[in-house]
Every structure is written in structure tokens, then in C-alpha cells.
Write a protein that binds this ligand. Sequence first.
Ligand SMILES: NC(=O)c1ccc[n+]([C@@H]2O[C@H](COP(=O)([O-])OP(=O)(O)OC[C@H]3O[C@@H](n4cnc5c(N)ncnc54)[C@H](O)[C@@H]3O)[C@@H](O)[C@H]2O)c1
Length: 345
Amino acid sequence: MAEKIKLGIIGAGKISEVLHIPNAYFSEYVQLVAVSDKNEERLHFFKKKLNDERIHFYTEYHDMLQKEDIGAVVVALPNFLHAKVSLDALEMGKHVLVEKPMATNSQEASQMVQLAREKKKVLMTNHSQRFFPHHQRAKEIIDSGMIGEVRLVKTMFGHSGPESWSPTATWFFQKDSAMFGALGDLGVHKVDLIRYLTGLEIIECTAMINTLEKQGNVEDIASAVLKLSNGGFATLDANWITKGLEENYFVIYGEKGTLKIGQTNPSKIDIYLLKPTGLHGEITLKPLFTNEDPYWKMPVIDHFAKVCLGLEKPIVQPEDGMIAVKVVEKIFESSKKGGFVKVND
Ligand SMILES: NC(=O)c1ccc[n+]([C@@H]2O[C@H](COP(=O)([O-])OP(=O)(O)OC[C@H]3O[C@@H](n4cnc5c(N)ncnc54)[C@H](O)[C@@H]3O)[C@@H](O)[C@H]2O)c1
């Protein structure tokens, strides 16, 4: 039987319901020991659902950290709590998987990275899109050189807004609790994916943001043009104003060909190559989950646990979460100032 890490989950909202709690409960590398949420109804919901006396429930995460013999935690809270709670857990010697965006600013993110290093603990941001099979496969194709050097990326993540995802979660619309709107919620995934898939850094940006529909004080539409470290460009759209479908695509125009991921079919990669002329290949990959599944069957928790147990190398490094926050911050800054902003100024 595999060695298991004892895990506590802090935040029992929607992402914990569809991803962290079921995946932790069923993982052969995890023993789910405790769940914490300030909302007692959410705790009651999971107590009933799991119906397992070995799992303890806490309204205060501090109590959970103090009383339970756990090696690792998942932090799945509103964005403004990510840094504070992760720092508390790291301070107490726990490995941390924190939700995206890792923090509400890059200074906080940097403190988290530093403390994890000092304490020699795993710190991973849940950049879940890295784990999608079509993104893993696209990375292999790009790394193989098949489409040559990356010239242009076009990516978008948009849907009608968090209210259709977690209906009671009004925190998404307030700067105090979320810091960013669609840019930090959805754009951060694509910022990270640009770096992950192309292996290039984002060095400069210019952007426009606005609030067209949502009540609150964060953006619901953001469009950015990014300069990549090889001189190529990326355009990124993140919004909560997309109706009738969820747009979640990534197109890469390379020196020798083009890859389209998620534009025609969510589980397909379309390949167009210059030579032999006219080759239009396609690769169909099994989706990780469908709407019929009760939860997202994603390997994030398994991977995190294996990294904590020293069985795998991390797919997401601590710095990756921090860089994603920094780029989002700079995109935001350029939209306020107008003009171009360098990421490392
Ligand atoms: N990686 C992904 O693919 C992905 C997908 C969706 C959401 N997320 C992220 O996950 C995080 C949580 O999002 P969600 O959709 O689950 O939100 P949610 O509002 O459904 O859940 C948040 C939970 O935190 C609890 N909470 C708030 N303050 C607390 C405190 N002080 N102590 C303990 N519990 C507290 C709330 O009661 C709620 O149950 C966000 O940062 C979001 O960006 C990531």
C-alpha cells in the first residue's frame, strides 16, 4: 500500500466540492484528516456527504492546524486569504497547495515563496490547466519542435461569471476580497499557460479592462497584448461577459505550423503544418471529466501528495504562481496607466 500524507482542507466552497475534497478522499496517496470552513452549513454538508468519523471538521483553521497531525494543507479560500493562511500553515511546517491566484499581489507571493524555501516545504499553486491532457500533449508537441519557434499566441478564457459557478460567492466581485475580477480569476490561468506551453517569459504588456455588467468594483472584461521573451506576441482575453458557451482556448502560431487547442472541440488539438503542405492533423484526447461526473477527476491532489512524499518533481514551481500574479498585476497597471509596462520594472 502506498505511503499517505495526512491532509487538511481549508475552505469548503465550490472548488473543494468539485475537486479537492473528492480527489483527496479517493487518493491512494492522501489521508483526508480534516476540513475547515467558517460556514457551518458547508461543514455540515460535507460531514453528511462523507459520513466518515475519521475526518474532523473545524470552523477555525487555526484550531485545525494546532490540533490535527497533518503534513499538508489545501488553501481554497477567497483570494485575499490565500497568502495569510498559506503563511500560517508554512510557519507551522505544513506543505501547501494554494488556489490561484496565489496571492493578491506579488510581494505577498514572494513572502510565501521565501518562507516555503526557509521551511523546506512544498508550495504549489493550483494552476489546474497545466494538468489538462490536451495541454500536456501540446507541451510535448511544442517541445519536440514540430511547429518551430512560437511567433504568436491567442488565448481566451471567458464565461458568464462566477455567479453561475458558486451562487453565494459574492466575494468574487469585490476588490477587498478578490483584488482582481475576470483577469485574476480566469486570465491568471492563461498567463501561466503561456509560460508553461511556450517556455517563454512575458516581458511587457499593454491592456484594456472595464466593468460592463457585474455589480461590484472589479473588471468583468480584460484584453491584453503581451510581448514574449523571443520577440513574439500573445493576445489574452479574460472575461465574465461570454454568453451561451464557455470559451477556453489556446492557439499557437509557430514558425512551421499552428496548433489550436479547444477552439473546435474541448478535447481536441488541431495541427496545421507548413510541410508537408496541407497536413491538417488532429489529436483527440479523453477529457478528464464530463458534466455527468460528480467531480473533476484531475490529478492535482495526487500530484501534490506525491511531491510532498518525494515521489514526483513538481509540475508547478513556487515561483510560477508568483510570476503569474506579477504579470496579472502588470496587465492591470498598464490598463490604468495606458501604454506599455515592463513586467520586471
Ligand atoms: N484552480 C481552479 O481551476 C479554480 C477553479 C475555481 C476556483 N478556484 C479558486 O478557488 C478559490 C475558492 O473559490 P470557490 O469557487 O471555491 O469559492 P467559494 O466562495 O465557493 O468558497 C470559498 C469558501 O471559503 C470559506 N471561507 C471564507 N472565509 C473563510 C475563513 N476565514 N476561514 C475559513 N473558510 C472561509 C467560505 O465559507 C466558502 O465556503 C478562489 O481563490 C478561486 O479563484 C480555482
